[in-house]
Write a protein of this length. Structure first.
Length: 227
């Protein structure tokens, strides 16, 4: 399940580091926040798929952070961390929209299993997801989300996007893209590729002049940005 971004919000540094290490060992990209305020400030920068959120935070508590996350970032999953005896807080958190909870002290295997289970529920075909920044591609479900919003792509647009995203950094000319995406038996105009690239850029970049995902290599073809 590599490629998913997770924000860990925990005021106790040893626990926060312990969580980060175990998540990174399982292929997750992890950022940390020591308070609710810091977490909310990091949301637009990190664009996480899931937030691991301690309910007992200094200042703004986890319940308030959860409420704000659900209002501003409904596409982001939330896993609560609670202490024994915080039954009512767990109930409130779930009512506010948290996806699940783990009780401290916890086994790291339990935490990682909970994270993976949530991601499978929230993101279709999570095991095969391809992520670049705020763009998530779900091959099995043939879905693409950008900033948590589902993009409407045609069958051919999706195939072209998926092929490029699976081959980052490699340059393909028109004929190669036609062979791989349209099939070797396609004998249409090679400039068809240019039309589909323009369509994808318009949908992926909202019409920006400098596309961030698909680059033109002048005189050669196109490539998906590797970074």
């Amino acid at each position: 399940m590599s490629g998913f971004r997770i924000l860990v919000v925990e005021d106790e540094e040893p626990i926060r580091g312990f969580i980060r290490i175990n998540l990174e060992r399982n292929g997750f990209e992890v950022r940390e926040a020591a308070s609710g305020e810091e977490a909310l400030n990091l949301m637009l920068e990190t664009l996480p798929h899931l937030v691991v959120l301690d309910l007992k935070l200094p200042g703004m508590d986890g319940l308030e952070v959860c409420r704000i996350l659900r209002q501003k970032y409904p596409q982001v999953a939330v896993l609560m961390l609670t202490a024994r005896g915080q039954d009512m807080d767990r109930v409130k958190g779930l009512e506010m929209g948290a996806d699940d909870y783990v009780v401290k002290p916890f086994n790291p295997l339990e935490l990682v299993a909970s994270v993976k289970a949530i991601l499978r529920r929230v993101f279709p075909a999570a095991d095969g997801v391809i992520c670049y920044g705020d763009l998530s591609i779900f091959p099995a479900a043939r879905q693409v989300k950008k900033g948590g919003k589902l993009l409407e792509l045609t069958h051919r647009e999706f195939d072209l996007l998926l092929f490029l995203a699976r081959n980052p950094g490699r340059v393909f000319n028109r004929d190669e893209l036609l062979d791989h995406v349209w099939g070797e038996n396609y004998f249409g105009d090679p400039k068809t590729v240019d039309v589909y690239i323009r369509r994808l850029r318009a949908k992926l970049e909202n019409g920006r002049a400098n596309p961030g995902f698909i680059e033109t290599v002048w005189g050669v073809g196109y490539r998906w940005r590797a970074e």
